[in-house]
Design a protein around this ligand. Sequence first.
Ligand SMILES: NC(=O)c1ccc[n+]([C@@H]2O[C@H](COP(=O)([O-])OP(=O)(O)OC[C@H]3O[C@@H](n4cnc5c(N)ncnc54)[C@H](OP(=O)(O)O)[C@@H]3O)[C@@H](O)[C@H]2O)c1
Length: 182
Amino acid sequence: MKPHVLVVGGSGMLKEVCLWLVDQGYNVSVIGRTKKRLDDVVNEASDSSSVFPISVDYRNEELFLKEIMEIQHKRGPITLAVSWIHSDARNTLHLLTEQISNLSNNPWRLFHVKGSSAHLSQGHILVPEHCLYRQIVLGFILSDSYSRWLTNKEIAAGIIKAIQWDQEESIVGTLEPWEKRP
Ligand SMILES: NC(=O)c1ccc[n+]([C@@H]2O[C@H](COP(=O)([O-])OP(=O)(O)OC[C@H]3O[C@@H](n4cnc5c(N)ncnc54)[C@H](OP(=O)(O)O)[C@@H]3O)[C@@H](O)[C@H]2O)c1
C-alpha cells in the first residue's frame, strides 16, 4: 500500500500541494467541506485513485476524529500531515495529533501552516510523542514600491519546498518589516 498523507484544508490554496503529493506516490486524504472543491482535487490529480476526499467540518470534533480514525484503518497510519486550520477551530490540531500518534509507533511529520497574525499571537503547539513538528508561516511579498499578500501558487510552492527540505521552521515570503504588510 502507498504511504498515507493527510491534508486538512486541502481543497483551497493547498490544492497544488495535494496534487504534488499524489505525484510523489502518496495516497492523499483531503479534508474540506464543499463537495465541488474536493471533487476538483480528485479530477485534477494525475492519478485520481490516489485522492480520498473527506467532506467534514473540522469544528465538529467528534465527527472529525471519527473520520481520521476511519481513514487510518482503511489506508494505514498517516505518515505526513499538512494542516491549514482556521483559528475558530482551536482544539482541532491538538486532537488530530493525539489521534495520529495514538495509532502509530513510528515517527510522523506534521507541517503546520499558519497565517502571519496567528503566528504572531500563538506560540508553538505541544505535540505528542512520535510527532515531528514543522511550522510554515505565511508572510507577504515586499518590493521597493509595494507589498501584497501571497498568491495561492506562491503558498503552495513554499509548502512543497518546506516538505522537500523537511524544514523545521520556514516562512513563505517575509514577515518583516511587519508594519509594511499590505
Ligand atoms: N499571509 C498570507 O499571504 C495569507 C495567509 C492566509 C491566507 N491567505 C490567502 O487568503 C485566501 C483565503 O484563505 P482561506 O483559508 O479561505 O483559504 P482556502 O485554502 O481557499 O480555504 C480553506 C480550506 O480549508 C477548508 N475549510 C475551511 N473551513 C473548514 C472547516 N470548518 N472544516 C473543514 N474544512 C474547512 C476549505 O474548504 P471548504 O471551504 O470547502 O470547507 C479549504 O479547503 C487564500 O486563498 C490565500 O491566498 C494569504
